[in-house]
Design a protein around this ligand. Structure first.
Ligand code: BV8
Length: 257
């Protein structure tokens, strides 16, 4: 990312961030891509290449073939523990200390924002490190398990548990939804980083933020349904753009002081 267009766009966004009272950020799998975590749309690697994540990340998959569903999630759990947060995660964590008020909502379930130092992360789609029972909503830290182990069963309901993620067709936990929507109505700048903006209600947060007058910024390597309506589009990898944005903000803050 070195084009003059990009640097003037970066400066414009840094200027908006310097003037913001409250900055909210929504991230998707693209933020973890540079850590080596495949996104939902990337072809899954190795054993899982022939599986469709959209079919596996559903309650039906856990009813129809719990062993395969669980083995996919175990593979993902192991993968994310073996990778590290990247410069994009770290820049997002640092941004929180450079604006008066900051909210981070992530669609990612990999825990990499927390490992990069972000606090109070709103996990819109849950996380891989808990197990949950869909029928009695029991949640507990994920039991260590390996490929091929029997899927965990809930002690009280006896049902097969699922990982602590929000599967397609499941509701977003009420408190998480409310916190995220509140931040979208209150923020002055809404950064949408590394998401294809097609899964709802997460993708609807940008519409809410726009409706309440926020400046909408998309940071993505590709165009998405949001690109048309965003106030600024910074096209490129978040691992490069986020640190550049942080540097520009620091320069900006230096000027306005
Ligand atoms: C809900 C956790 C109410 C699991 C995920 C029919 C029946 C039921 C529901 C629906 C229905 N039709 C529509 C719906 C709503 C549905 C939905 O939106 N469906 C889609 C198919 C349209 N939503 C739901 O079901 C939600 N719940 O609506 O409840 C309800 C209930 C019942 C009935 C009706 C309504 C729950 C959705 C949550 C699903 N869980 N994750 C898990 O991880 O295993 S979603 C999952 O996929 C991700 O979290 C993410 O949100 C989404 C997309 O994933 P990816 O494509 O991988 O990632 P992303 O979108 O972030 O794309 C990567 C982007 O990064 C790309 O743009 C790429 O260009 C960019 N990129 C790549 N590298 C980089 C980069 N950018 C920057 N830098 C880079 N280096």
């Amino acid at each position: 990312m070195t084009g003059t267009a990009e640097s003037s766009a970066i400066e414009a966004v840094a200027h908006a961030l310097a003037a913001a009272r409250h900055v909210a950020v929504l991230t998707g799998a693209g933020v973890s891509a540079e850590s080596g975590v495949p996104t939902f749309r990337d072809a899954q690697t190795g054993l899982w290449a022939r599986y469709d994540p959209m079919k596996l990340a559903t309650p039906e998959a856990f009813l129809r073939d719990p062993q395969t569903a669980w083995d996919w999630y175990r593979w993902r759990r192991r993968l994310v523990t073996e990778v590290k947060p990247n410069a994009g995660h770290k820049a997002i964590a640092a941004l929180a200390d450079r604006v008066p008020r900051f909210t981070l909502v992530t669609q990612n379930v990999d825990g990499l924002h927390q490992r990069a130092g972000s606090a109070d992360v709103i996990e819109f789609h849950g996380n891989l490190f808990e197990d949950k029972c869909a029928s009695c909503d029991l949640r507990e830290p994920a039991e260590p398990s390996d490929h091929g182990d029997a899927p965990p069963r809930c002690e009280s309901s006896g049902e097969v548990m699922t990982p602590g993620v929000v599967l397609f067709g499941e509701e977003i936990p009420k408190r998480v939804l409310e916190q995220s929507q509140l931040a979208a109505t209150d923020c002055d700048v809404f950064l949408v980083v590394g998401t294809s903006s097609w899964v709802y209600p997460a993708a609807g947060l940008a519409d809410t933020a726009r409706g309440f007058g926020a400046t909408i910024v998309e940071i993505n390597t590709e165009a998405t349904p949001l690109s048309e309506t965003a106030d600024h589009v910074l096209r490129g990898p978040s691992g490069e753009i986020m640190p550049a944005l942080l540097d520009a903000l620091e320069r900006n803050a230096g000027v306005t002081q």
